[in-house]
Ligand binder design. Structure first.
Ligand code: HEC
Length: 123
């Protein structure tokens, strides 16, 4: 069930974006925040835990972000910030980000090649 939600949610959000238009984030600025080249007070550089390329899972529990749908990532970050997604590590970090920071970071991850894949539908 958890796996279904993890894959179904990005798809549902993607369907929503088809109506809303392309993502608005600035991927180049997002990459700088990710690597800590633009420092955000209260948020450690994302690359520390999510890998330099956003595609590492440090101890098997840190999610890969590269290649994920930007809309899903913005949603995840907002959910940490407002507490609907309860996580002690990400809550203070997401709370330190502005809406634009979230959009730029999400555009950056979404623009990368990741090892995330759609579930084949022919099974
Ligand atoms: C101290 C380590 C650490 C740092 C620094 C960190 N993260 Fe995370 N991040 C985590 C962990 C652990 C999780 C998984 C939390 C959970 O189980 O919900 C996570 C989850 C996420 C998720 C949800 C991914 C998904 O597939 O649902 C996003 C998005 C995210 N982080 C973005 C960021 C961004 C952007 C930054 C930098 C501003 C950042 N993280 C910095 C440890 C970190």
């Amino acid at each position: 069930m958890k796996q279904f939600v993890l894959f179904a949610l990005p798809l549902a959000l993607l369907a929503g974006t088809a109506l809303a238009g392309p993502p608005v984030g600035d991927a180049e600025r997002g990459g700088k925040i990710h690597r800590g080249e633009i420092a955000i007070e209260g948020a450690a550089a994302c690359s520390t835990c999510h890998g330099v390329d956003g595609n590492e899972t440090i101890n098997g529990t840190f999610p890969r972000l590269a290649g994920q749908y930007p809309e899903y990532l913005v949603h995840a970050l907002k959910s940490y910030a407002n507490g609907t997604r309860d996580n002690a590590v990400m809550m203070p970090i997401a709370s330190a980000l502005s809406q634009k920071d979230m959009e730029d970071l999400s555009a950056f991850y979404g623009s990368q090649n990741g090892s995330l894949r759609l579930i084949p539908t022919d099974r």
